[in-house]
Each structure stands twice: as C-alpha cells, then as structure tokens.
Design a protein around this ligand. Structure first.
Ligand code: CDP
Length: 233
C-alpha cells in the first residue's frame, strides 16, 4: 500500500539550513519542496524595482498594497538545473532574490499583512494535495497548523552567518561577513517581533538545533521521526 502523503512544515531562524534540509527531505520522499521565503523575496524585488524603498526603512504600506495586484508569482521546476525556480511576472528571479540588497529589505515587506494574506493563500493552494515540504517562518503556526510533521530548526548565529557567507561567496555574489551576520540578526528581530504571524515555534513543533550536526545526521534524525509519525496515522 502506498504511504499516506503528509505536509511537513519546517520553520526557523534566518539561514539555519532550512532549504537544504527541506530539499533533501522532499527528494527522499518524492515530495514537492516549496520555499515560502522566495515568495516574500520576490515581492520585495518587485517593490525595489518599482522604486518604493527610499532608504533602509519600511516602504509605505499603501504603496505596497497598490502594487500587490500587479504581482504574479509562479513556481516552476527546472529539469536541467534540478531546482524549483520562482518567476515574478514571467521573469525568472530565483538568483536575483538571493542578493544581499533583497535580504536587507525583505523583512519589512514580510511584516505587511496584505502581503502575507496573498502569500499564504498561494502557499495553501500548493499544499492542497499534500506531499509537500514547505519551509518558512509561519508554516507550522499559520499556513498549515494541521501539518503532520512540524520541525523548528535553529543554529547559533555564528554558524548561520558562516554558512550564508560561504553560500553567497560560492555563488559569486558579493558579500561581507559582518554584513551577513548583521542582516541575519536584524531579520530574526523583525521576523520575531512583527504583529502578523511572527516567527515562533508552534506548540507541537519539534525543536532541532543543527549547529553541530551534519546533514546526514539530520536525515537519520528525520527518518526516525517520519517512521513514527507515519505509523501513527
Ligand atoms: O533563507 P533565509 O533564511 O535567508 O530566508 P528566507 O527563507 O528566504 O526568508 C526571507 C524572509 O522572508 C524572512 O527573513 C522573513 O522576513 C520572510 N518570510 C516570512 O515572513 N514568512 C515565511 N513563511 C518565509 C519567509
């Protein structure tokens, strides 16, 4: 008998390895991987392109709300690159949205309720058939409170900053270590303190600190959890 499909929610701090972990889990189970952060990043890029940011602060909410109906997001799997890519109004922006200037602005955009409503609606539509691993900040608390597995991933700030810095440099993207660390701290602060859907561990989520863990160790831990959850369905 085919195993029942479930939803796996993976939340946690900025740059704690959620997407790498979520992709591995999805590949192992034959599930779809959905990066909810990419959606907030794409909206941020649209706001930047529209010139709505004048400095590092939050742009006027009314202007973002007015821009929202003009924003079309789509996720498509790129067979050749073996990755899911996000399209903003038909333009592939998967790489552009990872740049530091988008990271510097995204948490302001993600704090706006109208933006969250639109993103959550899209995210829920993608999870309708189950069989998805979605990572973000509010997946276990708001988007899929009924998810069968909820993991809250964390790691020390130093480990997270090192991982993100290395990732950017490896991709040939300009970055300073101190800027990366500052950005992670700032996003964690804004994401945890916003009123709408703050970053927090769901009551029934399992906390995993991966500061000292390899990916293989994380997968061994996951397999055990998965078997237990599936056997109890
Ligand atoms: O990969 P990284 O940890 O840098 O962040 P991300 O997952 O790409 O998310 C970028 C930003 O989007 C976060 O800092 C949050 O402000 C926001 N976000 C959110 O509010 N809710 C989500 N479900 C996912 C991301």
């Amino acid at each position: 008998m085919e195993e029942q499909k479930i939803i796996i929610a993976l939340d946690g701090n900025s740059s704690c390895g959620k997407s790498t972990y979520a992709k591995l889990i999805a590949a192992e189970l034959g599930y779809a991987y959905i990066d909810s952060g990419a959606m907030y990043r794409a909206v941020t890029l649209a706001a930047m392109d529209a010139g709505l940011f004048d400095d590092t602060g939050a742009p006027p909410v009314e202007k973002i709300e007015a821009l929202l109906p003009q924003i079309q997001l789509k996720l498509k799997h790129n067979q050749e690159k073996q990755r899911t890519e996000i399209f903003l109004n038909g333009r592939m922006v998967e790489d552009l949205i990872r740049q530091m200037d988008v990271s510097a602005h995204v948490s302001y955009i993600a704090a706006i309720s109208a933006v969250r409503r639109k993103m959550v609606e899209y995210q829920r539509s993608l999870g309708k058939e189950k069989g998805v691993v979605m990572d973000g900040r509010d997946i276990g608390t708001v988007v899929f409170p009924e998810a069968a597995i909820k993991i809250f991933l964390t790691a020390s700030l130093e480990v997270r900053a090192e991982r993100r810095y290395k990732e950017l440099i490896d991709k040939g993207m300009p970055a300073e270590y101190s800027d990366v660390q500052e950005n992670l701290e700032k996003r964690d602060r804004i994401d945890s303190n916003r009123e709408d859907s703050p970053l927090m561990q769901a009551e029934d989520a399992i906390l995993l600190d991966n500061s000292e863990m390899t990916l293989e160790q994380q997968m061994i831990w996951f397999r055990e959890l998965y078997q237990q959850v599936i056997s109890e369905l």
